[in-house]
Design a protein around this ligand. Structure first.
Ligand code: SAH
Ligand code: SF4
Length: 359
């Protein structure tokens, strides 16, 4: 047996093992991908669950160095969907048997925002006969807010750790007391405490990031025992402070390749969690998400934001499908998923098996 086969047969992976797997090429890489595809089929099945993604506002109080909608970027038009538009989008998801939606936006924490979300959650449950599952991705909030939203109907929450290395975290965020690693970690703990299915993730291919960092990110997810993961390649954005470090970046193809390996290794480490095929994969390669589904991902988040707003929710350059309407996406996706040998779990929540087992 070669070295990679030996690693792939281990019960638990060490940091060194993961670093080796991250550097596989050729036949070794095929072995890795074959293994994770088998694990996926065995533990979660070849089914892809949809989460209709509503990027309802690009107004953000934060200033993350990597993000195109950071508050410091004056080079874009800010928008905020009306409640009617949001409810129309989720109704589209419901009618098309998506079973779940994700509400995502820039981060705000004022009372008006909190109450608005609370009301919207009740409304979404109402227009969907109490059937739609709801994931939130609205950043750092207080325990009380997380609880209010949970009681109003949300049951999953995505908050990426971005990097589990506090030093790297500090480098990619302003040092203004508003972007602390410890707060991020604390919020993840609060989310778990309040009973959400908690998802986290990171950006892959960041400047200053090492293979050791990436290995530690996966070990962090395992240690935290997450229910879901959404991670994808970092993609530079012209109007952000981090753009000036672009000479440190690997090519986009390499970042995509690394992201696929991260997904594959995580599937092997955490066999029954939900792993999303992030949109950023598609920004690099039109087939990026399909490639991720083949080797381990089982969640897809079709964008159901009305087309006219999409151009202004640009976290990174090259964002795909900004000229499409939701109807275009569903048809296009169905054909793409069939090509991967997976089925779409229409009408099913597709909760994290890992989370359900723990309960
Ligand atoms: N404001 C919320 C949700 C929107 S941002 C939050 O920050 O949690 C959602 C995710 O987009 C972030 O967690 C980050 O990982 C990702 N993101 C931001 N800028 C990016 C970039 N330039 N390349 C890739 N992903 C990016
Ligand atoms: Fe705001 Fe989220 Fe972008 Fe940070 S990553 S600037 S919190 S939208």
């Amino acid at each position: 047996m070669n070295n990679i086969s030996t690693i792939l047969n281990k019960e638990t992976l060490s940091q060194n093992d993961i670093v080796e797997l991250l550097q596989t090429e050729g036949e070794d890489k095929s072995l890795l991908f074959k293994k994770s595809a088998e694990v996926k089929e065995k533990y979660v099945g070849n089914i892809v669950y949809y989460r209709g993604l509503v990027e309802f506002s690009n107004i953000c109080g934060k200033n993350c160095y990597y993000c195109g909608i950071r508050s410091g970027n004056k080079n874009l038009e800010r928008y905020n969907l009306s409640d009617t538009e949001i409810l129309a989008a989720v109704t589209f998801a419901y009618k098309n048997k998506f079973a779940s939606v994700v509400l995502q936006s820039g981060e705000l924490a004022n009372e008006t925002f909190i109450t608005r979300i609370e009301k919207l959650l009740h409304e979404i449950k109402k227009v969907s006969n109490n059937e739609l599952g709801i994931t939130l991705s609205l950043g750092e909030q207080t325990e009380e807010t997380y609880l209010r939203w949970k009681e109003a109907g949300a049951h999953r929450y995505l908050l990426r750790i971005e990097s589990s290395n506090p030093e790297l975290y500090r480098k990619i965020h302003p040092n203004d007391g508003n972007h602390d690693f410890s707060t991020r970690l604390h919020c993840l703990e609060l989310l778990r405490k309040t009973g959400y299915q908690v998802g986290t993730g990171i950006m892959i291919g960041l400047p200053f990031q090492t293979y050791n960092d990436l290995a530690n990110d996966l070990l962090f997810m395992q240690e935290f025992d997450i229910a879901m993961c959404g991670m994808g390649p970092y993609i530079e954005h012209l109007d952000t402070p981090m753009f000036r470090h672009r000479h440190l970046l690997e090519s986009r193809e390499k970042r995509l390749d690394l992201a696929l390996k991260m997904i594959s290794i995580l599937r092997i480490m955490m066999k029954d969690i939900n792993i999303a095929a992030a949109t950023a994969l598609q920004a690099i390669d039109p087939m990026g998400r399909e490639k991720a589904i083949k080797i381990g991902a089982n969640i897809l988040m079709p964008n159901i934001t009305p087309g006219k707003y999409r151009n202004n929710y640009k976290l990174y350059d090259n964002k795909p499908c900004v000229d499409d309407e939701p109807e275009d996406c569903t048809q296009c996706l169905e054909a793409r998923i069939a090509m991967t040998g997976n089925k779409i779990g229409y009408g099913q929540w597709g909760d994290s098996k890992h989370f359900l087992k723990k309960k």
